[in-house]
Design a protein around this ligand. Structure first.
Ligand code: SAM
Length: 291
């Protein structure tokens, strides 16, 4: 529709009217393409029974689409200058609540309980500020929120890393951290031209479907994530060498070798060749021996 917020013309009008200037430090790249927004809504599988949470509504481009397609929207916006703008651009939608707060500091779990219907399906949809993509997504996952999916526009390179499979260039500890909690899929690549101002990087839409249970059982989650990070430590080195380095003064080379044998994993492999099941087996074996 012509009246949508997400057009270059309307965005410029709003900028002028409110004398707003973009803050690069807050990752303010606003969407100016309604087609992309509709695709995001489609991938998020939003419907009138769903409640939605948005992070960083900006001028309300995506918020408006969420209000149209879902039951209710709660949006966290850190920039106080956007509050009066959103009040005006979204005045036609009674089912939106804007919370002027840093999402990293927000108690999202209690917001869900107080703002949505009991047992309502909750989905997170956002065009994230790129300077804190990973901290935001890890917070959403580690808080174990009662949500069913997260659909976000983020930097392409980060999306690729989060959804990567073993033996690929993008595969690393971030892939394992995200895939421990979710089924991760890059659903669309997005050109820079749909943003105002245009960002320096390419973008993708990442869809994360929350798992009911992790795909592996680990003795200790913090230990597991730390262990996986150590296995990727120096990418060109073998698993054996990365573990020797990590467990320096805690385990001897011989002990490490026998724990690898016990786990039936060849120490000559590289971290990037292990899948999440192999990482879990290995981490659990080392955990019993070192804690
Ligand atoms: N949703 C809008 C759109 O698609 O046009 C704006 C997206 S823009 C990439 C990111 C938004 O996140 C900005 O409005 C910015 O002010 C906001 N933001 C940045 N850091 C934030 C934080 N820590 N908590 C909440 N919002 C934040």
């Amino acid at each position: 529709s012509n009246k949508a917020i997400a057009t270059a013309k309307r965005t410029k009008e709003i900028l002028e009217k409110f004398g707003f200037s973009f803050k690069k430090s807050l990752g303010q790249n606003f969407l100016i393409d309604v087609n992309i927004l509709e695709k995001i809504i489609g991938y998020a599988e939003i419907n009138k029974d769903t409640a939605s949470i948005e992070i960083g509504p900006g001028m309300g481009a995506l918020t408006e689409q969420l209000a149209i397609h879902s039951d209710k929207v709660v949006a966290f916006e850190i920039d106080q200058r956007l509050v009066p703008i959103l009040q005006e651009t979204l005045s036609n939608y009674p089912n939106i609540e804007i919370i002027n707060e840093d999402v990293l500091k927000a108690d999202i779990k209690s917001i869900i309980t107080t703002h949505f219907k009991e047992d309502q399906e909750v989905k997170i949809v956002a065009n994230l500020p790129y300077y804190i993509t990973t901290p935001i997504l890890m917070k959403l996952l580690m808080d174990r929120l009662p949500i069913s999916s997260i659909t976000v526009m983020i930097q392409k390179e980060v999306a690729d890393r989060m959804a990567a499979s073993p033996n690929t260039k993008s595969y690393g500890s971030l892939s394992i951290a995200v895939q421990y909690y979710t089924n991760a899929r890059v659903v669309m690549n997005v050109p820079k031209t749909v943003f105002m101002p245009q960002p320096n990087v390419d973008s993708s839409v990442l869809h994360l479907k929350l798992r009911k249970e992790p795909p592996v059982q680990v003795e200790n989650e913090a230990y597991f994530f730390d262990f996986v990070q150590a296995c990727f430590g120096q990418r060109r080195k073998t698993l054996r060498n990365n573990l020797v380095r990590h467990f320096d003064s805690i385990l001897t080379k011989q002990q490490i070798e026998s724990l690898l044998t016990e786990s039936e994993i060849d120490g000559g492999r590289r971290g990037e060749s292990l899948n999440i099941h192999e990482f879990a087996t290995l981490s659990n074996t080392f955990y019993s021996a070192t804690v």
